[in-house]
Write a protein that binds this ligand. Structure first.
Ligand code: CTP
Ligand code: CA
Length: 224
């Protein structure tokens, strides 16, 4: 069951992709999440398979069908995602963090459904670990790609994140731009490395964005 349609640029490489939003429980029937659809990460996983890679997809809950030929690791919370990713980072050559990880989670998860009582309720949130930053700190030869979802000052924020998280590339995504949001089938991105802008991709399908991003990565990865 070989697929000859792809270009083989990632032949023999192990690729770890994260996708979707994480789900942070409040109680057994309630949670906090975000608008991520998972489409960008799933498109990356699919294209990586086409390019010959062996792909693992760590994914928050999405409405998407599992891409063919991809190992799927379903997770809920940021803490779950961290465990799934950190335990696989050393066996991956390329790590792509397209997931929209919740920055905060409820400080306590109620064991029973919370009852309605006072007129106002304050939910205490605590910060989640930054998975990408941990990867950036621990990485050896892995090629690491982060995403930066922004609604303002895209270039500045994306570059700051790339440096802080020690990524090789970062995909800056203006999520306020028409057609480039979380939920659609298209995206427009600006890809940066340490030295600045590498490529600006005009509005196109997430599949085409995925393919171009993987081509850039393949060209820059150590081929040993
Ligand atoms: N990320 C992560 N773990 C987190 C938060 C973010 O691994 N707890 C990753 C995302 O998967 C993405 C990158 O970091 O690849 C940037 O995420 P983003 O939300 O844009 O950046 P933050 O550092 O969370 O900053 P902010 O939300 O304040 O802009
Ligand atoms: Ca964030």
């Amino acid at each position: 069951e070989q697929h000859f349609a792809g270009n083989g640029l990632l032949q023999g490489q192990r690729v770890l992709v994260t996708a979707g939003g994480t789900v942070e429980r409040i109680d057994p029937v309630r949670y906090i999440t975000n608008d991520s659809s998972g489409k960008m990460g799933y498109a990356i996983a699919e294209e990586a398979v086409r390019m010959g890679a062996s792909v693992t997809l760590v994914t928050g809950p999405t409405a998407l069908p599992a891409p063919e030929g991809v190992e799927i690791i379903p997770v809920q919370s940021a803490l779950d995602m961290r465990e799934a990713v950190m335990s696989r980072m050393n066996t991956s050559q390329l790590i792509i963090k397209a997931a929209a990880v919740a920055d905060y989670r409820p400080a306590v998860v109620a064991e029973q459904k919370m009852k309605k009582k006072a007129d106002s309720l304050t939910l205490e949130l605590v910060k989640n670990p930054d998975i990408l930053q941990e990867i950036g700190t621990l990485k050896k030869d892995q090629f690491v790609i982060g995403f930066a979802a922004e609604t303002e000052r895209l270039d500045e924020h994306a570059l700051e994140k790339l440096k802080r998280k020690n990524c090789d590339l970062i995909v800056g995504n203006d999520v306020s731009q028409e057609g480039a949001g979380f939920s659609g089938d298209t995206n427009a991105v600006r890809i940066f490395d340490r030295n600045g802008l590498v490529e600006a991709l005009p509005l196109q399908s997430k599949k085409d964005v995925a393919r171009r991003l993987l081509e850039l990565a393949a060209g820059r990865m150590k081929t040993t």
